[in-house]
Design a protein. Structure first.
Length: 139
């Protein structure tokens, strides 16, 4: 996974710093946050520092369940999921592109689910992440 663009443990990124790093990706970042906040309300957002090698990430959580993590990178961001087996099976039966299904299939297995990381650089990438979030939360 690409590390966060913010590796200084001192404090989470400010909105201004985030906009500067994300550049063109800032609109997609804001759109994903807004769309997920609407679909999974109430949604709690919390920045957390995941160590020197990963940096700051934004966790989006509904009650006690994490929807996804957002990792800011220069010009884009990564959406990171932990998918249970039922969600992985549902994804295979969905209309997600073959490259996304391949990422899911080859994602590392953790106790909390299969690790899936998708780069978000385009509206199509955003749509894939939103569909996968819906599949995960329906599980």
């Amino acid at each position: 996974m690409s590390p966060s663009a913010f590796l200084d443990r001192g404090s989470p990124p400010s909105e201004r710093a985030l906009e500067a790093i994300l550049g063109k990706g800032n609109g997609l970042w804001a759109e994903l946050r807004a769309d997920l906040s609407s679909e999974f309300a109430p949604l709690n957002e919390k920045w957390s520092f995941s160590g020197k090698s990963h940096g700051w990430i934004l966790r989006l959580r509904q009650k006690r369940r994490t929807v996804l993590y957002m990792v800011p990178c220069p010009g884009y961001f990564v959406a990171s999921f932990a998918l249970g087996e039922k969600a992985c099976q549902a994804a295979r039966g969905s209309g997600l592109p073959a490259r996304v299904l391949e990422i899911i299939q080859h994602g590392p297995k953790y106790p909390e689910g299969r690790g899936v990381r998708l780069e978000v650089r385009t509206k199509k990438d955003l749509a894939n992440v939103e569909e996968l979030a819906s599949i995960k939360m329906a599980d």
